[in-house]
Design a protein around this ligand. Structure first.
Ligand SMILES: Nc1nc2c(ncn2[C@@H]2O[C@H](COP(=O)(O)OP(=O)(O)OP(=O)(O)O)[C@@H](O)[C@H]2O)c(=O)[nH]1
Ligand SMILES: [Mg+2]
Length: 373
């Protein structure tokens, strides 16, 4: 009896030991399985990383489409950016000639209206119409008329050699960007910064629009995106002091370009003009001869107003070049010709959309061709 009891107990103990051993074995197997899975996961991770590195290397080696847009790319972007103006100039002029109309006074009056709708301005339209009327005998189709219009428009632009955007000397090349609020100053400055850094130039931005905190932030985002450095003070700081620090830093750090962003409250407010003059003076004190360019940014959608704004800014800060933005948002693309014909200031850039490649260097022949082709 007692013997049987011990025998059972021993059997139970043996069973328990076996169970424990099996449990341990199962746990070991589980651990081993986890170790294997972890190793596989690490291997896969390393493979993905390697793959990413390889792709990144290829990406860096390949020219980026947006870095070097080919001429055709620029032209088709320009054409599509000018769609609204193109519709006025092409569709309306084609319509004038439908049903084989005669070239008569009635047609010329309608043509006059078309040109004014495209915002060529009264003076330029009248001048052009005078010359077109004199050539009336030689015109018999919409295409011929468009040909004459193209010639007349191209003649409005001074055929100056396009200078280098950033000459090698003097260094830093300082561009002060001015204009009425919301015209696209900061965006244009940001796009220029991006363009210059892509050309391997060292770019510094001075955030001299201290009027709003958001403006300093906005320019900071552009600087990050462009890979440019930035000099900024707090909101409300003296803009001329920011510009001064910008020039000092640009000189000390051997920068190629310094771009100065400025505020754009209404140009009718005297204090803005005084502020801009002070910035300009201060920059010139730190670096004689600077700023090398005073770039005014005009919003094309404001049409003829852009001309009076530019005249006012020119009187105060002596503009050296112009940019016309938002041409994609208006049928008033003729403003480009009106500006060129009235202001005698070079149009250096035009904006035909929001993306990086939509800020184009202005080329009069390309522009006029894009309007009619
Ligand atoms: N469609 C279009 N929008 C543009 C163009 N250029 C600028 N913009 C837009 O215009 C708006 C105003 O641009 P900003 O660069 O902030 O103008 P700003 O002159 O610096 O404005 P303030 O600093 O407030 O005086 C933004 O929404 C830009 O994206 C362009 O060529 N086409
Ligand atoms: Mg701005």
């Amino acid at each position: 009896m007692v013997f049987n009891f011990f025998k059972k107990k021993t059997r139970d103990n043996e069973q328990e030991t076996r169970n424990k051993q099996e449990q341990l074995k199962a746990q070991e197997q589980l651990k081993e399985e986890e170790r294997r899975k972890e190793q596989e996961r690490l291997k896969e991770q390393a493979r993905l990383k390697e793959e990413e590195r390889r792709k990144e290397n290829e990406r860096v080696k390949e020219p980026q489409p947006s870095e070097e847009p080919d001429k055709k790319g620029i032209f088709s972007r320009l054409k599509s950016g000018l769609t609204k103006t193109r519709e006025v100039l092409n569709t309306d002029i084609n319509d004038l000639f439908k049903s084989s109309r005669k070239i008569d006074d009635g047609l010329f009056e309608e043509l006059e209206e078309v040109l004014i709708t495209a915002d060529l301005g009264m003076d330029i339209t009248m001048e052009m119409m005078d010359r077109i009327r004199k050539n009336a005998g030689r015109l018999s189709s919409a295409d011929q008329l468009k040909g004459v219009l193209k010639q007349e428009l191209i003649a409005l632009f001074p055929s100056t050699e396009v200078p280098e955007t950033v000459p090698a000397l003097p260094r830093p090349h300082i561009i002060m960007v001015v204009g009425v609020n919301g015209t696209g100053k900061t965006t244009t400055l940001g796009k220029l910064a991006t363009r210059f850094t892509r050309e391997n130039k060292k770019v510094l931005i001075a955030a001299a629009d201290t009027f709003r905190a958001a403006a300093i932030e906005q320019v900071g985002i552009w600087a990050d995106r462009a890979g440019a450095t930035i000099v900024r003070h707090k909101q409300g700081a003296d803009p001329a002091a920011v510009a001064y620090d910008g020039v000092e830093a640009a000189m000390a750090r051997g920068m190629d370009v310094l771009l100065i962003d400025t505020a754009g409250r209404l140009h009718t407010q005297k204090n803005l003009m005084e502020e801009l003059k002070k910035i300009k003076r201060t920059v010139g004190k730190k670096m004689p001869g600077a700023p090398h360019e005073v770039l005014m940014v005009l919003d094309a959608t404001t049409g003829q107003n852009a001309i009076s704004q530019a005249k006012m800014f020119h009187e105060s800060v002596n503009l050296t070049q112009l940019a016309l933005t938002k041409l994609d948002g208006t049928a008033k693309g003729g403003i480009v010709a009106a500006v060129a014909g009235t202001l005698h200031l070079p149009i250096r850039y035009i904006g035909v959309g929001e993306s990086m490649d939509d800020l184009q260097e202005f080329d009069a022949v390309r522009f006029v061709n894009a309007l009619f082709d």
